[in-house]
Design a protein around this ligand. Structure first.
Ligand code: C5P
Length: 233
């Protein structure tokens, strides 16, 4: 099933059963789901099969970063399992990204390939320690442009970065944005948050929402509240 919704619900659970218990409360016509490193490492491809079997499109958020041939193989494996979106670290460089994008193209996969620029947990000092002297914002823009030049379809970015990336890379370049907090939700450990409608206005193409939906008493009601907010904006 494919959906027009910009919402991607993060299934941050330690087991297949817990993740499916949440997925069974969601409607694949109204959201996509994201599978990250912990869930995939514990449950393996079975989680993808189970989610696809329930009609969900899946963003496999494994942030690959390795030599070009290895990353291309991993991205191909994800695409063969039918995922809707997969990602790599842009800091793996142009050749790594080009070879991965070409692998998908050569096999006619429609899987979206996007990149993470700078992890939001990295501050200027952290970058500096790794030999990157640029400020995080500057490095984000540099890597977003490199991602686009390397033939990928978009980036994961904070909503604060979305407007500038939109201006530089155009509106067709996907901007997948976590750190989303509707008015009714707690910030949790997210530092820089934005409401769903502000994030869309800032140029996001997709919104990654975790706890505001998954920890709600009624997840579909929380999702409906977000849809209402988006529709009203
Ligand atoms: O629960 P919450 O809405 O904070 O979940 C956000 C999701 O997006 C989590 O899966 C988290 O790992 C992911 N993410 C993030 N910030 C980034 C990149 C990914 O919160 N910069």
């Amino acid at each position: 099933m494919t959906t027009e919704s910009p919402l991607i619900i993060a299934l941050d659970y330690p087991s297949l059963d817990a993740a499916l218990c949440m997925a069974d409360q969601l409607d694949p016509a109204r959201c996509r789901v994201k599978v990250g490193k912990e869930l995939f490492t514990r449950s393996g491809p079975a989680i993808l099969e189970a989610l696809h079997g329930r009609g969900f499109e899946v963003f496999l958020d494994l942030k690959f970063h390795d030599i070009p041939n290895t990353v291309a193989g991993a991205v191909q494996a994800a695409a063969e399992q039918g995922v809707w979106m997969v990602n790599v670290h842009a800091s793996g460089g142009r050749r790594m990204m080009e070879v991965a994008a070409k692998r998908l193209q050569d096999h006619n996969f429609s899987t979206h390939l996007i990149a993470v620029t700078v992890l939001t947990s990295m501050q200027a000092e952290d970058l500096n320690e790794t030999g990157v002297v640029a400020m995080p914002e500057e490095q984000v823009m540099r890597l977003a442009m490199l991602t686009q030049q390397s033939g990928l379809g978009g980036v994961v970015c904070s909503a604060q970065e979305a407007a500038q990336i939109n201006a530089q890379c155009g509106s067709d370049f996907l901007k997948v944005t976590p750190g989303i907090r509707p008015g009714f939700a707690a910030a949790n450990d997210q530092q820089r948050i934005m409401t769903p409608s502000d994030a869309m206005r800032a140029g996001s193409s997709h919104l990654v929402v975790g706890r505001p939906v998954t920890q709600a008493k009624d997840p579909m009601m929380a999702l409906a509240a977000i849809e209402t907010e988006l529709g009203a904006s």
